[in-house]
Design a protein. Sequence first.
Length: 282
Amino acid sequence: MVQMDWNYPKLNSEHFAETRSGLHAFAKLLGAYTSACTPRRKHWWHISLKPVVDGFSTGALQNSRHLFELILNFQSLTVNLRIAGEDAHEFPIQGESAKSLKDKLTTQLSRHSITIELNEDKIDSACYEVDRELASRLGQVYGRLAQCLARLRSGIPVETSPIQLWPHHFDLAMLVLTGRKIPGQDPNYEEYSDEQLNFGFVPGDEGIGKPYFFITFYAQAERLANVPLPDEAYFHTEGWSGIVILYDLFRKNPQAETMLLNLWQSAWQAVQEEIMSNTELI
């Protein structure tokens, strides 16, 4: 008997876009804290959020003598503040904007002599109606896909990034660094000089309004055009180049995760083969 993959939930509700926008706004708020409190890492890995059981966390942050953590919980629709040695504080996000919640966090943190200067330009002042069921579904999808990326990572021998949520784009992603440098780029600026393969999922953006998976390869995206694609995938060329699978097509495949992992592994294999046959990039 064929083993069926996990049954991925529907995300194509009329309320999904606003739910996504609301959760995205609070993710960017948490990202403002990681940006302000975390020592720099290459490729901006210090500003990303970490997957946890019910959402995403800043991880442990330090300000002066205090350690604290913020968690965006997709199940309870709260932002949880944990300060080392203190009781946790829970802040509902319904009826709040990211800015109004920031003000409440500032008040609570100040009671422990924690003062943080945030980039106010990145904090949304709009209020969104976040659908609890859709938020829960999206949280489950992110969590499950984080585990899929971990399975992919286990078979890749070169350096990879953390599996992380980027607050600015709201994508869950993992970079694979081939170890080669792009000719003509400043090697001290890794963002543009490191050759990199990117695997990820985003619940929709300005370019593609629906949730989708992506694979990109900087700076040789054309190499991905030769990757064998399942029926659900296509090679995207509008604005950027790479492989795309729309989430709604993905979830209808009875072996969705198997199909996705096979595609990811095929992309990595294509890059490996290109590395072995081409020594121009070093």
